[in-house]
Design a protein around this ligand. Structure first.
Ligand SMILES: NC(=O)c1ccc[n+]([C@@H]2O[C@H](COP(=O)([O-])OP(=O)(O)OC[C@H]3O[C@@H](n4cnc5c(N)ncnc54)[C@H](O)[C@@H]3O)[C@@H](O)[C@H]2O)c1
Length: 324
């Protein structure tokens, strides 16, 4: 892949994937796009265009003008936001992906599309959720994710489009804020810990979900796209995971760095219901076997790195939060 279009590039993943792609393929080779304006850093560092992925003609024009041969399709409405406007989530998540796949078929582009732990639901074994298993999600987001996985498989088998994808777990990062998912607590807890040394969590203390630090997610996405196609049996929707977190476990890791940190629980029934419908842990052995997936960050190294970067971002001293 030499010339790449990224949709939804101003979001939590795009803010870190675009610079990583530009570092490998060259700044001019990676066109960022979104409905929103990019951050000044993304804007300065390479080409950018405003693009609505539900507009198929505009998408085709962007691919043609950029002479793209690869698309990372990140534009989506995330789980909690999708439940506030399910028709919009259906239009963006299904309509956008359909447009991307059609353009990719005509322009012979490779396509990366993230799925999610939300593609699982009632009846899926929860600990661990196998790579190939029952998928009956109970949210609109999950419905669009499982349908998207199947649509990507279809474009590969029917038209030979090189489609690939990962089921991301909840992603923890410091560059861009999360976009309205059910695992967003695992990011906000860091901000609140540094700023006030306490956090009120919208999920219950023992709600266990898979998570991953963003550098691992970015590396996983790029490694999958570079993997030898001949070794890929699954192609789309590889389970990947790194950390099995509960709010209580994350609070303990924070307390080890920020003594006196306190967590309280004010459970949001909508997000708790979504979380309860997802697996507690994914089995990512197919990704490990087929393209060598390995996470680098564990809970302690992720926590230390997040705090280090957030202190800089928030203009706090290196000791901020310690010894309060
Ligand atoms: N962040 C996570 O924890 C997580 C977990 C699992 C899967 N994913 C998946 O990863 C992908 C990227 O997620 P993210 O966390 O960066 O989400 P995000 O909400 O932070 O970013 C998505 C971006 O898409 C843009 N967008 C929305 N509608 C659009 C449209 N019609 N046209 C163009 N752009 C549009 C938004 O402006 C936003 O910048 C999504 O497919 C998401 O489902 C994310």
């Amino acid at each position: 892949m030499k010339r790449i279009l990224v949709t939804g590039a101003a979001g939590q993943v795009g803010a870190e994937l675009v610079p990583a792609l530009r570092a490998v393929y060259g700044a001019d080779a990676v066109l960022g796009s979104d409905l929103r304006e990019p951050s000044p850093e993304l804007d300065k560092a390479g080409p950018w265009t405003r693009l609505d992925c539900t507009d198929g003609a505009a998408l085709a024009e962007a691919v043609r003008k950029h002479r793209a041969d690869g698309i990372y399709h990140l534009a989506a409405i995330l789980s909690a936001t999708a439940e506030t406007d399910p028709p919009k989530a259906y239009r963006v998540n299904m309509g956008g992906l359909f447009n991307v796949l059609e353009v990719a078929r005509e322009a012979r582009c490779t396509v990366f599309t993230p799925s999610s732990i939300a593609a699982f639901g009632k009846g899926t074994p929860a600990d661990p959720a196998p790579q190939d298993t029952l998928q009956r999600p109970s949210t609109m987001y999950g419905v669009t994710k499982v349908a998207g996985e199947i649509l990507c498989d279809y474009y590969h088998t029917r038209y030979g489009v090189d489609t690939r994808g990962l089921r991301y777990p909840g992603l923890i990062s410091y560059v861009a804020p999360p976009g309205g998912g059910t695992t967003d607590y695992a990011v906000q807890i860091f901000y609140d810990a540094l700023e006030t040394n306490r956090y009120s969590c919208f999920l219950s203390a023992d709600t266990q979900l898979d998570m991953m630090y963003m550098p691992d997610a970015i590396r996983a996405s790029m490694e999958l796209m570079e993997a030898d196609a001949g070794r890929l049996e699954h192609r789309n929707a590889f389970n990947v995971t790194a950390l099995q977190l509960t709010p209580a476990r994350l609070a303990d890791a924070l307390r080890a760095e920020l003594p006196g940190f306190e967590i309280g629980y004010h459970v949001d029934p909508i997000r708790q219901r979504i979380a309860d419908s997802w697996p507690r842990r994914l089995d990512d052995s197919a990704a490990r076997e087929e393209w060598g997936w390995r996470p680098e960050y564990d809970l302690d190294s992720m926590t230390t790195d997040m705090l280090k970067h957030l202190r800089v971002k928030l203009g706090l001293s290196a000791e901020a939060g310690i010894g309060r």
